[in-house]
Design a protein around this ligand. Structure first.
Ligand SMILES: [Zn+2]
Length: 432
């Protein structure tokens, strides 16, 4: 599903500076505005654990989509994985002492060991909005084998051996707003699809399901004025199926996400499964445009091919550099252009890295205060620069001018990459 506000969001993305990450398609049914879009982000995966992340997501999603009711709807569901690098692996044991993973995942949230919460909430929404603004449900897989999860706005679960079951259960909370069918405590008691105080068979929420497939009116032993519909639903016990009441709610919520007619202008948007590659590596580009484009016109600066009319083209890059990608989509209502500058970076072989120009480009003052000056005799103007932090995340980019304002950056070590003729110079600097 794609709400109307997504239009303005997409337009804003054209100019907003945000962090782009590789996006991989795990299950593809079709354009994001026509189907349910589940996006999974990894926390506690370091740079060398990104392949593990994709493997963990594939394993978990495969198990997820093989269980009812999702198995009946897998052709209405898109699943994507966004690769985000954490400096530290796993999750913290104390929400007051987070480790240096990216989304702040921690056990012992609210004093409960297995309650795993990703505390850097703004980062989750930022990553989702920048890379998959069409998402309907976000989830965080945490690279930690211990048992834990939570089901707030975003489902959070670990790579525990029961990861699939954890994901399904937490998804029941986050996506379908289902209650636990075990007694989770008075603070979680509420009127929900699968939890009520009404025990009248004529009026109870699940009256149409009563007395089939184990559906009844079962008091919670710990608080007998509250009732659940089944004795062994997945919202109570991992490893059980969802009961009919919970399945029906999930099914209806999926169907509500599947849309029909095209409403207007296409809105172009895309992702790629790799953003930093060695020479000769294939990059998969994924069209995420909405409103049923009929034609795709891709342009790949520095790529082979340099252009394509395929929906999801595969491109290789032979020369080191940092390259823009644009996509124009067309339908009978009109056209739309989306471009990302310096989107794909092709590494130089390490033995030739920086040798020609690194001494000829001077940046000062270093340490820097409010600005950097680039002595750019060798820089072809206009040229772009990009500043990275020590995690390799881009924090600023723009056109090289006399002064580059860095007053907005937190103190620390940074790298600035500047295009010099046809190569790149990377300089380290310290922001005070
Ligand atoms: Zn249930």
């Amino acid at each position: 599903m794609f709400l109307a506000i997504a239009l303005s969001l997409c337009m804003a993305l054209d100019v907003a500076l945000g962090q782009v990450y590789p996006v991989e398609i795990i299950n593809y049914s079709g354009p994001p505005d026509e189907f349910l879009n589940i996006v999974i982000i990894g926390d506690g995966y370091t740079d060398i654990q990104q392949d593990k992340f994709i493997n963990d997501v594939r394993y978990t999603v495969n198990g997820f989509l093989n269980q009812k009711p999702f198995s009946d709807f897998r052709e209405m569901i898109n699943v994507y994985a966004i690769s985000v690098i954490s400096a530290e692996t796993g999750a913290s044991n104390n929400p007051d002492q987070l480790i240096d993973n990216y989304f702040g995942s921690s056990f012992w949230s609210y004093g409960i060991e297995r309650l795993l919460v990703a505390w850097h909430y703004a980062r989750i929404t930022s990553v989702l909005n920048e890379n998959t603004p069409f998402y309907d449900q976000g989830a965080i897989i945490v690279n930690d084998p211990r048992y834990g999860g939570s089901g707030g706005q975003f489902s959070v679960f670990t790579t525990h051996v029961q990861a699939i079951e954890l994901f399904l259960h937490e998804f029941g909370h986050s996506f379908a707003d289902l209650a636990d069918e075990y007694w989770a405590g008075e603070q979680y008691a509420a009127e929900k699809t699968n939890m009520t105080r009404d025990n009248n068979p004529e009026t109870i929420r699940w009256k149409y399901f009563l007395y089939n497939n184990g559906i009844g009116i079962y008091p919670h032993e710990e608080s007998p004025t509250w009732y659940r519909p089944h004795q062994s639903c997945k919202m109570r016990f991992l490893g059980s199926p969802f009961c009919d009441v919970c399945s029906d709610k999930i099914e209806n919520d999926i169907i509500a996400m599947v849309s029909g007619e095209n409403q207007g202008l296409p809105i172009a948007f895309f992702g790629a499964n790799k953003l930093v590659v060695d020479k000769g590596t294939e990059v998969n580009f994924y069209d995420f445009s909405i409103n049923r484009p009929e034609n795709w016109e891709w342009t790949f600066e520095g790529g082979t091919p340099g252009s394509s009319t395929e929906q999801h083209p595969v491109v290789t890059y032979e020369e080191a550099g940092s390259y823009s990608v644009s996509l124009k989509t067309v339908n009978s209502f009109g056209e739309s252009l989306f471009e990302r500058e310096m989107y794909i970076t092709v590494n130089l072989p390490s033995d030739t890295w920086l040798i020609d120009y690194s001494d000829k480009v001077i940046i000062y003052p270093n340490p820097a205060g409010d600005y950097l000056i680039i002595d750019h005799d060798q820089v072809v103007i206009p040229s772009r620069y990009k500043i990275f932090n020590t995690l390799g995340m881009a924090v600023k980019e723009g056109i090289v001018e006399e002064n580059i304002i860095v007053s907005g950056l937190p103190p620390g070590i940074y790298f600035i990459r500047i295009k010099v003729n046809n190569t790149f110079v990377t300089k380290k600097f310290i922001k005070e």
